[in-house]
Write a protein that binds this ligand. Structure first.
Ligand code: HAM
Length: 426
């Protein structure tokens, strides 16, 4: 009988050691940046009630209609794997009274799930690094969020490959007026609309604005522009935002078709896009969502945030610097031994080194073997140095240290090794 190999699920990927190293580096850089702006980390479940996502993202959105991984638990409650984090973050804040008379600046990181058609940069399990700021009504916080993203791109070395697109979708009243105008316009072009746009025409017509269908895109050139219907407060907010971005010399393009695929946004929406990943792709998206806390049963708290799509950022980094993954996993010191029953001394010695220099990666040879074989293993692990615990030297409280990078070898008193390794590695 042939036993079929088990496989990962389409659109969901494993992360091997070299990649994990890069992920860790990127995540650490982003954490340091968010920390430097005073944002605090939160963690919340991957599974939430389906109702949460319907109420926040909106029932008539691609994400809720087609892309959620939903299932019933044993009691028949509908649960979903989170397709994004803002909903869970707001749920957490309301449930733990984080927003009660206080501002909050939060960040989180983790996997999200959407049943989309997988392609380069689009997966069914992907990871977002997000920041959310609660309690600030002004455009200054929108700018802070954008400044944070700019710092992220500079730190990761991708700032020259991404562009900022910006829009304001106003408040509810401006969107109601605008939707009527848009429907009137689209009704006149009804023969040209595809089934998806037809479906959206009355339920969510603004979603037609970011269609991928090139024929409809052409039609939309003459469509009414949301910006022309903005309420006064939203217009002032947007003007001030642009003024501040100009002041900080952050370039941006106003994209009147930018409406976002999640229903909770109002006023500012923005996306960082790149043309370097095949088709135009968004690597980070966000905006204001001042009504969401109320919609989910809390007080009205103004809020804004963004999410970075980590897979896309990593793809971009690898594209810009093809050798980025060649900084492969390696270890610093490999301990080998010669003589009867010497492995146990090598292990004790390695424990001593870890105690004193915990940041070094130290490994002991397992499985015995001749010195040559042990050296070969050290090379396979790409060790930078080897310490040889030799029976004769060890009884004289000495070890042999070989630097595999410059091939220098020296005999060192065991109690001097820490000082030596410190100079060598730290
Ligand atoms: P979003 O635009 O749905 O916004 O997702 C944010 C980012 O996640 C996208 O720009 C993209 O980089 C990445 N992303 C989305 N779907 C996929 C996928 N299938 N495969 C790979 N990457 C993907 C949100 O999720 C909002 N919660 C952002 C936000 C936070 N707004 C305010 N606060």
């Amino acid at each position: 009988m042939i036993i079929r190999k088990t496989q990962s699920i389409r659109g969901m990927y494993d992360c091997l050691p070299e990649h994990t190293l890069l992920w860790q580096q990127v995540e650490n850089m982003l954490k340091i940046i968010l920390n430097s702006y005073g944002y605090n980390e939160i963690r919340f479940p991957i599974v939430e009630s389906t109702d949460l996502f319907k109420r926040s993202i909106g029932k008539i959105t691609d994400v809720v209609e087609k892309e959620m991984y939903s299932f019933n638990d044993r009691r028949g409650h509908s649960l979903s794997l989170r397709p994004e984090g803002t909903s869970g973050c707001v749920r957490l804040g309301i449930e733990h009274s984080l927003f009660y008379h206080q501002e909050q600046r939060l960040w989180y990181l983790g996997p999200m799930f959407r049943y989309e058609r997988p392609q380069k940069g689009r997966y069914r399990q992907f990871h977002q690094f997000s920041a959310e700021a609660f309690g600030q009504i002004g455009p200054d916080i929108d700018v802070e969020l954008i400044l944070i993203t700019v710092r992220c791109w500079k730190t990761l070395g991708i700032n020259e490959y991404v562009n900022l697109e910006l829009n304001s979708i106003g408040g509810l009243s401006s969107r109601i007026t605008y939707k009527k105008k848009l429907i009137d316009f689209l009704k006149k072009k009804i023969d040209y609309l595809d089934t998806n746009s037809m479906r959206r025409l009355y339920s969510n017509p603004m979603r037609i604005l970011d269609t991928k269908n090139s024929k409809i895109k052409e039609l939309l050139v003459d469509a009414p522009i949301l910006m022309d219907y903005l309420d006064d407060d939203s217009r002032l907010h947007f003007n001030k935002l642009c003024e501040l971005l100009d002041f900080y010399k952050i370039s941006y393009k106003i994209n009147p078709c930018l409406v976002r695929g999640l229903d909770y946004y109002n006023r500012t929406v923005f996306e960082w896009v790149t043309n370097n990943l095949g088709t135009k792709k968004t690597i980070c998206a966000g905006g204001r969502y001042d009504d969401l806390t109320k919609q989910l049963g809390g007080e009205t708290i103004p809020a804004a945030g963004f999410a970075i799509g980590l897979e896309r950022v990593l793809l971009l980094m690898q594209l810009i610097n093809s050798s980025i993954l060649k900084r492969t996993v390696c270890i610093d010191i490999y301990l080998i031994y010669s003589g009867n029953d010497m492995q146990k001394y090598a292990i004790s010695f390695s424990e001593y080194i870890r105690e004193k220099l915990p940041s070094l990666r130290v490994m002991v040879n397992y499985g015995g073997g001749s010195l040559k074989k042990q050296f070969d293993r050290a090379k396979k692990y790409r060790s930078k140095a080897v310490i040889i615990i030799d029976e004769n030297y060890f009884s004289a409280k000495k070890v042999i240290l070989k630097n595999l990078q410059c091939r220098l070898q020296e005999i060192i008193e065991s109690n001097k090794i820490i000082e030596k390794l410190h100079d060598m590695f730290l």
